[in-house]
Design a protein around this ligand. Structure first.
Ligand code: FAD
Length: 234
């Protein structure tokens, strides 16, 4: 496990409350698997120490930076710390951690993300493309309203570039003018074509979605060992 410091290289606003932070890191190779996370020390001056987990959204093949993407929760301790950060500020990390990693298999892949739960999938997809993975990869991405969407351009670009990649976006709240899928992600997965026994399912985001989709997948005959998940919040 490595303790390391890295300065903020770039901050990008993705939606009203989701920000992407790039951290400079070129000292020595960063050691992580797509899907893993780092813990960050919340250095906000509070004598009660705090750490929070953030999935790595960039590819391990990047040699000089890594990216995390964060929903800033009003009043949240780490959220307030991130809000205060400026380019050049040095942050303290430990990692990498996590068993929510891309399995080395030739199975089809279904990814289901809610909100910033899409972060680890950005890292996983980068590696799948760089390895020339050619089995079907289907992503379901759920947010509340259209203005909560982010990473849409890159997902659409990958969909255009890779015949084996499909993205379905669904909005859970009433969204006038929205022509895509509506409602929560789970009902859309009831109808999805999934080859049980030959598909790896990856779920990331809020606990309710993970429970509902996991239960549904088990009912649909997906073996437990093919269902991988990372819960960000309850
Ligand atoms: C393995 C792992 C990886 C994670 N990766 C990411 C990531 O890539 N991006 C990311 O934004 N978060 C991620 N999280 C959540 C993150 O660690 C923090 O919990 C989150 O940023 C809130 O921390 P905070 O200190 O600002 O809020 P806190 O002061 O800890 O809590 C504020 C309240 O907000 C709730 N809450 C936490 N996250 C959310 C959310 N996304 N939406 C709504 N309510 C929430 C909490 O349950 C709590 O009630 C991850 C969590 C885990 C366990």
């Amino acid at each position: 496990m490595k303790l390391f410091k890295a300065p903020v290289k770039k901050i990008t606003k993705l939606t009203e409350n989701v920000y992407e932070y790039d951290f400079d890191y070129s000292k020595d190779p960063l050691d992580f698997l797509p899907g893993q996370f780092f813990m960050i020390d919340v250095l906000d001056g509070n004598p009660v120490k705090a750490q929070r987990a953030y999935s790595i959204a960039s590819s391990p093949e990047n040699k000089d930076f890594f990216t995390i993407c964060i929903k800033l929760i009003p009043g949240g301790r780490a959220s307030s710390y991130f809000k205060s950060l400026k380019v050049g500020d040095e942050c303290s990390f430990i990692g990498s951690y996590g068993r929510f990693v891309l399995q080395d298999s030739q199975k089809d892949i279904v990814m289901v993300a809610t909100g910033t739960g899409i972060a680890p999938f950005m890292s996983m997809l980068s590696i799948l493309w760089s390895k020339g993975f050619n089995k079907p990869v289907t992503m379901y991405f759920g947010v509340a309203v259209e203005s909560d969407l982010f990473y849409l351009d890159i997902l659409k670009k990958w969909e255009a570039e890779h015949d084996n990649f499909s993205v379905f976006i669904t909005l859970s709240e009433e969204s006038p003018g929205w022509k895509g899928l509506k409602g929560r992600v789970t009902p859309h997965l009831e109808e999805a074509l999934i080859d049980a026994g030959n598909t790896a399912i990856y779920l990331c985001g809020n606990g309710n979605m993970i429970k509902d989709v996991r239960d549904l997948m088990l009912v649909r005959g997906i073996p437990n060992e093919d269902i991988h998940f990372e819960q960000f919040w309850a």
